[in-house]
Design a protein around this ligand. Structure first.
Ligand code: SAM
Ligand code: SF4
Length: 493
């Protein structure tokens, strides 16, 4: 496997989701203007592009899968590391060529890079006509009109309320089986390395009933898995007249808040509400912050078979001093305590993954060794691993020198990657001889004679096609594995 210095993901399907841009799809569009959207970065961005597609459909646009055919091109961008921004800058060069051939073409920059650079983007990238931050997507049709009249158009206002709760996303690149559902926006955590609180604004949770409605609608349309998305899902909190426990059919106790008599819906409550839609609807969620994940969430996971036993619990580092500098608000023993709790409540088979950063400011060799030893302790199923990239405006950029040379960051990153490959292979081997319940997502990448889908722990399982269909659950006896994939055959459906 080639080692990619900034980003390595040990799950091929996830790699597809995160490493490559996703594009919009072809719609029938007689007489309509055509919109092409390319999305970079995290799952939240992909979910946002689906909201943008819905807003633009209402404004009379149809999506296309080809930039060359479009009247309007949006790049929904990521700013998390410098290389994410460079990728987009490179793409803009190509779009400059397109615009030369078709001067009426409009180009919009959306998302985190748009929010971070604001009007500076218009000065630096002449091809850009529209700049819209993550909370300005309702305003895009107006911005497009302005741009059509020859002006540059910008809205980077960050809201404290916007959750797009009432907008039904148009699924892009959908396999018709799995979908993302945004449950909150923004982040209040201020990890010192991270640009997200500046680009996505304050944390806010979405009305739980709009979430349940969206998940129910997906289920009714044949989807069988939803992933609830937020930067820190465990701090999900909704206080409202219609809280958990208000409906007659809810037998769970509702939790009155300390300040008001309005019921509070916590993340554990929300998980339960979504899990109750139907036992055949799988529920996943991402991302959990180690400081916030509660026993309540773990017990809720244990109670419902359809809540997948898989937790993405980013550690970032295994050393308490570095964690303090990162402002993660937990230390190594706290993190280990959470892992132990997961194992106690959900058992050894529960999948756990992490994000790790190598070469954060002032990280010593011994401290890096502690990241490796934490990995040895946890034995993650997979990991998303990065070399530290200083981001302008973050607390770390202001307070600490980015003093670890690039070659050392990369060497440490490669050590982390090598360790993870070992652990992924070891964790996958546990499944050999086990029967796994798999939700079929489609054909395997290599051959139409094979189907693939994920098990509970989010691992891709490949097996002979037989007469099985996308969207069906099958039981697969696992007979072999690599560090990325399980292989086997269907036993009894
Ligand atoms: N909210 C999630 C959490 O706290 O775990 C993560 C969100 S962030 C989009 C995804 C990952 O990118 C982080 O967990 C971190 O490992 C990585 N990341 C963020 N800023 C980074 C930076 N400046 N350099 C390298 N990696 C970074
Ligand atoms: Fe960034 Fe930390 Fe918020 Fe995650 S929790 S988005 S790493 S500030």
């Amino acid at each position: 496997m080639t080692l990619i210095p900034e980003l390595t993901i040990l799950q091929p399907a996830d790699k597809e989701q995160i490493d490559l841009p996703r594009t919009s799809e072809e719609e029938l569009a007689v007489g309509k203007k055509r919109l092409y959207i390319e999305s970079y970065g995290c799952q939240m961005n992909f979910a946002d592009s689906e909201i943008v597609a819905a807003v633009m459909r209402n404004a009379g646009f149809a999506t296309t899968s080809s930039a060359e055919d479009a009247d309007l091109i949006f790049l929904n961008t990521c700013a998390i590391r410098d290389n994410a921004e460079q990728k987009v800058r490179h793409r803009l060069k190509h779009l400059t060529g397109l615009k030369r051939q078709k001067p009426e073409l409009l180009v919009g920059m959306l998302g985190c890079m748009a929010e971070r650079l604001k009007t500076k983007l218009l000065e630096e990238e002449k091809v850009v006509d529209i700049v819209a931050g993550p909370d300005a997507y309702r305003d895009i049709p107006k911005l497009v009109e302005e741009a059509e009249s020859g002006q540059k158009a910008v809205n980077v206002f960050l809201s404290r309320e916007e959750t797009y709760a009432d907008i039904s996303p148009i699924r892009l690149n959908s396999n018709g089986v799995t979908a993302f559902v945004s449950i909150m926006r923004g982040c209040d955590n201020m990890c010192s390395f991270c640009v997200v609180p500046f680009t996505r604004g304050r944390e806010r949770s979405r009305d739980p009933f709009s979430i349940v409605r969206e998940a129910q609608d997906l289920f009714d349309r044949g989807y069988r898995e939803v992933t609830l998305l937020g930067q820190n899902v465990d701090s999900y909190k909704w206080q409202g007249a219609e809280g958990f426990g208000q409906r007659a059919e809810d037998d769970a106790v509702f939790m009155p808040s300390a300040q008001t008599s309005l019921p509070t819906t916590t993340f554990a409550n929300l998980l339960e509400m979504v899990a109750r839609i139907h036992p055949d609807l799988r529920v996943r969620f991402s991302t959990s912050h180690p400081k916030d994940i509660t026993d309540d969430v773990l017990h809720t996971m244990a109670r419902y078979d359809n809540i997948c036993k898989y937790i993405h619990l980013p550690a970032q580092s295994g050393n308490s001093r570095v964690l303090k500098l990162m402002n993660r608000t937990y230390d190594r023993p706290w993190y280990i305590g959470k892992i132990d709790r997961i194992r106690e409540i959900l058992g050894d088979d529960c999948g756990i993954s992490t994000d790790m950063i190598s070469g954060f400011c002032t990280e010593t060799e011994e401290e890096h060794q502690e990241s490796l030893s934490l990995m040895n302790y946890v034995r993650y199923d997979y990991a998303y691993m990065f070399a530290y990239s200083e981001r302008p405006g973050t607390l770390a950029a202001k307070k600490y020198a980015d003093d670890i040379p690039e070659d050392i960051k990369k060497r440490r990153l490669n050590e982390i990657i090598a360790k993870q490959l070992e652990h992924s292979a070891e964790r996958n081997q546990r499944h050999i001889g086990q029967v796994q319940r798999v939700l079929i997502e489609g054909f395997s990448k290599r051959s139409d004679d094979f189907l693939c889908g994920r098990n509970d722990q989010n691992k891709m399982v490949v097996f002979p096609r037989g007469n099985y269909q996308k969207g069906q659950y099958v039981n697969v006896l696992v007979t072999e594995c690599t560090s990325a994939t399980l292989r086997g055959e269907v036993v009894n459906t």
